[in-house]
Ligand binder design. Structure first.
Ligand SMILES: [Zn+2]
Ligand SMILES: [Zn+2]
Length: 150
């Protein structure tokens, strides 16, 4: 996850920081996961920790659990994988039953299922794969002796 508040070394004071880039935040909220700097005032971060790519928030800031950047989408949910097929199936159903929720309308059951799938299945799996990817790179580097310092 995107890490907690930064602590200033000299004063021990908590400094809110942007959840996209980590710079000091100028926009702060009760939910610190929404904190943003000027540059990212209307951007939402990629769901993979440490990734600094962001997407247009369109006035709806989120906690960084709703979007994967192109790179992490390809790595975390590989083309032709079971997860990718399931994603399309859930999305298709949700769209077929009316993706947009009209004011006063009951929330679309299929859209709820889509987001359930996204949060409970797709995202944890994508995060695992992306994190394993990082470990693999380190292992490869070690195997080829690319980090001789250690
Ligand atoms: Zn920022
Ligand atoms: Zn990313």
């Amino acid at each position: 996850m995107h890490c907690g508040k930064l602590i200033k070394a000299d004063t021990g004071e908590e400094v809110p920081h942007c959840r996209v880039c980590g710079e000091p935040a100028t926009l702060t909220f009760d939910n610190s996961k929404l904190d943003r700097c000027d540059k990212h005032a209307d951007r939402n971060p990629c769901a993979i920790e440490g990734c600094r790519r962001s997407t247009d928030a369109d006035g709806r800031l989120d906690n960084g659990e709703y979007w994967l950047c192109g790179t992490h989408w390809k790595i975390g949910v590989p083309p032709r994988s079971r997860m990718r097929r399931q994603y399309h199936r859930y999305l298709r159903k949700a769209k077929a039953h009316g993706w947009e929720t009209r004011a006063g309308a009951k929330d679309n059951l299929y859209r709820q299922r889509f987001w359930m799938f996204w949060h409970k299945k797709l995202l944890p799996s994508a995060r695992n794969i992306c994190e394993e990817g990082r470990v693999d790179v380190e292992q490869i580097h070690r195997m080829f002796g690319w980090d001789m310092e250690e």
